[in-house]
Design a protein around this ligand. Structure first.
Ligand code: F0G
Length: 471
């Protein structure tokens, strides 16, 4: 059943992800689900009429014009590949100046040949996480429809990003919902400092997500969580920059932490479109890594056989699993608080991405996450715990011979090291009580790669002796 909706653009529209509905909606509407199917929406383009560039050279040349903010932005210099808004509405604060970093010491840790592992460091974004890629796009869409308030539920990074865009542009008021005690201090401090209205709910992310959907619908507040399809348009550009850094030669694998599954979904869409447009010939494989304490995707995909199935997923598998979670009062629990999520909103889109990219899903323990994080830090790019799940996952997949030692692998480091100092200090510190309280209760037994501070009295000779001994 096709629906012809009024459109504000001849070239872009929203469409239900379930092919049997073929339901289309104007991009002038703020929708977070298909009104017919209740499923997620995509932003779609009429590529035949838009005729986007057929060569990467076009994008490469944008860098010569980087005094233009739209060419400087790592999101909007690819705007011909996300053409849903007029240029004068685009909201940019310099997002996407991120780096693909060869990481020989991390490659060694993961059991790979040197030179084959790269870290895509999204912590360099203005708010310190990959979220700015998507926020810039959602914010742009919000502007085009004249929104005055924007809301999100968050484990911390989405809220920091929304708060920052609101503060810089002064266009909208940010309303953020966080689970009480569930957000790392670095992230909470950002939301407070940037002046967002911060609502702490007695509950976790899954509760906050549920509430923010209800409240934004009731109060007409623009929702910027990744159920918003425009968010994911911005996040596609992470893959464009990875390709750019690899001189447009796709890697063999993209490894990404999985929380709400927005990134994995956006990456899949990016590759579908690039393949369709002839900008790539080969599609990388996708590995999505859950924390073991928040492993819904792993459980459904690897253990219960849930698949996209060409757009006909067996949703009863999901319903049954969620009913079990409820019956057993099971809540997500991991030191990687950013991905402490049991009901990922982009589950279906992620399944589609896994199908298109011949993907795999793995889970890693908090011990593996923190050890990988310490290795990433020692290699020079600090990240927060959730980000290190990608490296821990790559290591596991190499041990399992799923990824070959000589394949080219890109792990996404989604957030900056300073986002969650508590976990880092507890890992490296000497305070056993603190270790047990923060890490031990989550099954972390040892700080395998701890870099302990050396404690000395305030005595010149003793300080010098300590330096000689340890350096
Ligand atoms: N890594 C970090 C640092 C994150 O903040 C998140 C998600 C993820 C990974 C997972 O990404 O949802 O695309 O699978 N953080 C959200 C938030 C949920 O509210 O900041 P995803």
């Amino acid at each position: 059943m096709a629906i012809a909706a009024s459109t504000t653009s001849d070239f872009a529209f929203q469409r239900c992800i379930l092919p049997q509905y073929d339901a289309r909606y104007s991009i002038g509407e703020a929708l977070t689900a298909c009104p017919q199917s209740g499923s997620l929406l995509d932003v779609m383009y009429d590529w035949d009429r838009l005729r986007p560039p057929t060569s990467w050279k076009f994008f490469q040349e944008k860098w010569n014009h980087r005094t233009d903010p739209l060419c400087f932005s790592g999101v909007w210099r690819f705007r011909e590949l996300l053409p849903f808004a007029p240029v004068e509405q685009i909201a940019t604060i310099g997002e996407g100046q991120t780096l693909l970093h060869p990481a020989p010491s991390v490659a060694k840790y993961a059991g790979m040949q040197s030179g084959r592992l790269y870290l895509q460091y999204e912590g360099m974004n203005p708010s310190g996480s990959f979220k700015d890629n998507g926020m810039s796009a959602a914010f742009t869409h919000a502007r085009t429809i004249g929104a005055k308030r924007a809301a999100c539920a968050s484990t911390g990074n989405t809220s920091a990003s929304l708060a920052l865009y609101c503060a810089v542009t002064q266009d909208m008021k940010a309303v953020i919902f966080v689970g009480s005690g569930k957000i790392a201090y670095g992230k909470l401090s950002q939301a407070l400092d940037y002046g967002a209205l911060t609502v702490q709910i007695a509950g976790d992310f899954d509760d906050a997500m549920q509430r923010v959907k209800e409240i934004s619908a009731k109060l007409g507040i623009y929702l910027v969580n990744s159920v918003n399809p425009f968010r994911l348009e911005g996040q596609k550009t992470i893959m464009f920059r990875v390709l750019e850094a690899l001189r447009w030669e796709p890697p063999d694998w993209i490894v990404v932490p999985g929380g709400n599954l927005g990134n994995a979904s956006a990456f899949g869409k990016a590759f579908m479109e690039l393949k369709h447009l002839g900008l790539i010939e080969r599609v990388p494989r996708l590995a999505v890594i859950n924390a073991a304490g928040a492993n819904t995707l792993y459980e459904l995909y690897e253990n219960r056989g849930l698949r996209w199935n060409g757009g006909q997923p067996d949703e009863t598998i999901v319903d049954k699993y969620y009913a079990e979670l409820d019956e057993q009062h099971r809540r997500a629990e991991t030191i990687a608080s950013a991905i402490e999520i049991n009901r990922p909103v982009n589950l279906m889109k992620c399944l589609r991405a896994l199908e298109f990219c011949d993907g795999v899903v793995r889970e890693v323990t908090d011990q593996e996450i923190l050890d990988a994080k310490a290795k990433v830090g020692a290699g020079g790019l600090g990240c927060e715990p959730a980000s290190a799940a990608s490296v821990a996952g790559a290591k596991l997949l190499i041990e399992q011979d799923v990824i070959g030692r000589d394949e080219r692998v890109v792990c996404i480091l989604t957030g900056h090291q300073l986002k969650d100092p508590t976990a880092t200090v507890a890992y490296h510190g000497t305070d056993q009580e603190q270790f047990n309280r923060i890490l031990g209760r989550r099954g972390v037994k040892r700080a395998t790669f701890a870099n302990r501070a050396v404690e000395v009295s305030n005595d010149l000779d003793e300080i010098m002796r300590a330096i000689q001994m340890y350096s």
